[in-house]
Design a protein around this ligand. Structure first.
Ligand code: CA
Length: 236
């Protein structure tokens, strides 16, 4: 897998949405030191304005913003169809907050106070996850199943298969790595972005659901194979 910054791609663009000047400075300074292009917004409204003007690779969104909260920003970003990874920042570490954020379409969640190193690792994880997505114009066929990545469309014998976002992202990741053996840890890191609420068994459950959609005989998989002791392999 290529690192996010290999000198060929332009520096990834990060939007920092944070109203506290000290925190905004700390984040901007450290992200710039890592080589990212950083823009900041102090309110949710300003963040949405920035997002409508230029493309970002990832956004860090403080939950506690004046007027429009980080949760509302998150909801609005998804309502506009923007797919960039969103990492929520909050002073509160309650699980309910984390669950709300993830339900509204956030990709990860970091509780304040956090270490800058940890935050940078989360940013890298999100960039890795999106950098390996296959060409969005590509179409993949497994037996009677067709996957159109750009349209996020999966059909089986011509009928649309409804697939929750995370399940589709797992499929997208496996397609980008088809033929490779990918470990559960790799899937947790790149598809779920180290999210604390996820355990290894979650990966297995999602794989089982994908098999129901893709496999002629889900209990005797032909395309999404378990590689004993290593992980999974998509063969097509
Ligand atoms: Ca704040």
């Amino acid at each position: 897998m290529k690192p996010a910054m290999d000198g060929v791609r332009p520096a990834p663009a990060v939007l920092v949405v944070e109203d506290e000047p000290h925190m905004q400075f700390l984040l901007t300074e450290n992200l710039e030191l890592e080589g990212y292009t950083v823009r900041s917004a102090e309110t949710g409204e300003a963040a949405l304005h920035e997002l409508s003007r230029r493309a970002f690779d990832v956004a860090l969104v403080d939950v506690m913003l004046p007027r429009m909260s980080g949760f509302e920003v998150c909801r609005e970003v998804r309502a506009r169809g923007l797919r960039l990874p969103l990492i929520m920042l909050t002073a509160r570490s309650e699980e309910s907050d984390r669950v709300i954020g993830l339900d509204l379409g956030a990709d990860d969640y970091v509780a304040k106070p956090f270490s800058v190193r940890e935050l940078l690792a989360r940013v890298r994880a999100q960039l890795r996850r999106t950098a390996v997505q296959p060409d969005s114009r590509e179409e993949f066929v497994f037996g009677d199943v067709r996957v159109h990545v750009g349209h996020r469309l999966v059909t089986r014998r011509g009928h649309r298969v409804e697939m929750p976002t995370r399940e589709f992202e797992l499929l997208q990741y496996l397609l980008a790595h088809r033929g490779e053996v990918v470990s559960r840890d790799q899937l947790l890191r790149d598809v779920w972005g180290y999210s604390q609420v996820v355990v290894t068994r979650t990966v297995d459950n999602f794989v089982a659901k994908l098999r129901l959609h893709l496999e002629p005989k889900p209990h005797d998989p032909r395309y999404l194979i378990t590689v004993h002791g290593s992980g999974y392999q998509l063969v097509a």
